[in-house]
Structures are given as structure tokens and as C-alpha cells.
Ligand binder design. Structure first.
Ligand SMILES: [Zn+2]
Length: 292
């Protein structure tokens, strides 16, 4: 039987689960940050396999098997005794949260008809990685990366929209997640870059890829983000400790040339807005290599 846990009246994301989940710790922050355009139920239930999906209506299902797998990994890490319990718990949370946020990304893309280029899977990953980066918590980001550290396990997760070459795509997505982390904190993330086989050429681009993630994701998802609480506080209420400037106002469209690009009578194409400088984000702390 599903039990609806207590939620504030303003909530739009509701968690239903037979018991507490790590997601309960973050749902208030997500409700403060995200405009879901109608309620979304996040249901944790057994499915018979590791999986998670958005039903294109109002429900995200997160299979309990995902939480069980993360818990097993947590137990193994605790038994090894190399890392603190706190750090391991955060890593476990990060792994589960990443899956839920990825599916939430699909949900808000649907609800707001978010325009993007490329694969929707990649955009949902960007959304989830951006949100976790804003927590400024290295173990949680490691948890997110853990999801892609066992590609064989992932063939059937996230794979519904990937009809061909799922294995290769998951390896690419793992490399992308590692690259963002490496771009932010090269020293701490080096073991993961080694494990993921990131080439030197790719590593050299990761700082810029990280900057693009932090700069572009809130622009792409602007419609799904609540307005900043205050001009001084910036942030979207998700993590007041990590200041992020509000998006620049849209530019005045440039006058359309009388002749020229073959767009006929269509609307003028606005110039690409200048990208605001992003403030310094503190580096993630150094991490020991994880071997579990
Ligand atoms: Zn997906």
C-alpha cells in the first residue's frame, strides 16, 4: 500500500512510498525551485527490475530496486571502511536523486514544452547534473556518476527512448557526467576521469563544458524555474549557498535586414543574447578514489 507522506500545501511534487526515501530530504527544496505546471507524483514502488520512468501524464515511477541496489553498494562501501559514513550516505543519496531528477527533467520538458537541441536523454542528464552541482556536495555528485559506472547494468534503465546502441550511449553519458565533474574539480575527479577513460583532449575541454552546463541549463529550463526570491539572494531557492545570477533580460530583436537570409516573411530572428558572466563557484572538495 502506498502511503502519501506529509507535504506542504504549496507542494507540486508529491512523494508516495511505502516508507521514507532519500528523496524526502530534497522534495521541499525542489518544490521551492521548480514550477512543475501541475502536480507530479513521484511514486516509489517495486517493479521487478531496476527502472525509472515518467508516464507523460503526471507520474514518475522510481522502482524500489534502484534504492535497493544503491543500499547494497552503500553496505559494501561501509564494510570497506575507507570513507566516512556521512560521505557514503551522501553518495547513496546522490545516486538515487540523480535518477529521480533525470525523470523530473523529462516531466518538466513535457509540461513546459521546453525547446532544446540534441537528444532528450542528454538534456534530462544536464538538468539532473546541474541540480546536483548546485548542492556543492562532492559525494552526492559521485553518487550521480555511480549510476553510469556499471554500464552493463544500465542497458534497461533510461533506455526506453534509445532504440539502438544503448550501451555506447550510456558510456558517452557516463563520460559526460565525469567530464563536468572533472571540469569543476580536476584533482578530486581525476580517478573518475581515469576510470571512465577520458582522453587528454577531452579533459582539456571539460572546464568549458562545466561552465556551459552551469550557464546554459537554467536558460534552457527557464520556464520550469521559479523566479529568484530576491535580487541579493539570487539562486532559485534550491541552495542559497550557491549564488547564481538571474537570467539576463531578453535583448531587443535586431531589425530584420530587408534582403538576405531567405527567411521570407517570418519573424525576425533575435540576436543571441550576451551570456552573463557566471560567478566563481567553489571547487568540489578533493575526494579519495572510490573502489566499490
Ligand atoms: Zn530518460
Amino acid at each position: 500500500m502506498l502511503v502519501a507522506l506529509a507535504q506542504p500545501a504549496s507542494a507540486q511534487i508529491f512523494i508516495s512510498s511505502a516508507g521514507p526515501t532519500p528523496l524526502n530530504r530534497y522534495v521541499d527544496s525542489l518544490n521551492a525551485l521548480i514550477e512543475t505546471n501541475g502536480p507530479i507524483s513521484l511514486v516509489v514502488q517495486p517493479c521487478g527490475a531496476e527502472n525509472a520512468f515518467w508516464d507523460n501524464a503526471g507520474r514518475i515511477t522510481l522502482c524500489e530496486e534502484i534504492i535497493h541496489k544503491a543500499s547494497e553498494r552503500r553496505s559494501r562501501a561501509l564494510a570497506m571502511g575507507q570513507l566516512s559514513r556521512e560521505s557514503i550516505d551522501q553518495t547513496t543519496d546522490g545516486e538515487i536523486l540523480f535518477v529521480a531528477l533525470h525523470e523530473l527533467g523529462h516531466a518538466v520538458i513535457d509540461r513546459h514544452r521546453i525547446a532544446f537541441s540534441g537528444r532528450e536523454e542528454d538534456v534530462a542528464d544536464q538538468w539532473a547534473a546541474w541540480l546536483i552541482m548546485r548542492l556543492n556536495n562532492a559525494p552526492m555528485y559521485v553518487g550521480a556518476m555511480n549510476f553510469f559506472m556499471e554500464p552493463a547494468r544500465l542497458l534497461h534503465i533510461f533506455g526506453k527512448r534509445q532504440l539502438t546502441d544503448e550501451h555506447g550511449l550510456n558510456i558517452q553519458r557516463r563520460a559526460q557526467l565525469v567530464c563536468w565533474g572533472y571540469g569543476r574539480a580536476p584533482a578530486g575527479m581525476q580517478p573518475f576521469a581515469d576510470h571512465a577513460g577520458l582522453s587528454e583532449a577531452r579533459r582539456a575541454r571539460c572546464a568549458e563544458e562545466y561552465q556551459q552546463l552551469m550557464r546554459n541549463t537554467p536558460e534552457v529550463f527557464r520556464a520550469a524555474l521559479k523566479a529568484p526570491r530576491s535580487r541579493n539572494g539570487y539562486g532559485y531557492g534550491y541552495n542559497s549557498g550557491s549564488a547564481y545570477p538571474p537570467p539576463a533580460p531578453p535583448p531587443t530583436p535586431a531589425p530584420r535586414p530587408s534582403r538576405g537570409y531567405g527567411y521570407g516573411g517570418g519573424p525576425a530572428i533575435p540576436e543571441i543574447p550576451e551570456i552573463p558572466e557566471i560567478p566563481e563557484i567553489p571547487p568540489l572538495p578533493e575526494l579519495p578514489p572510490l573502489r566499490y
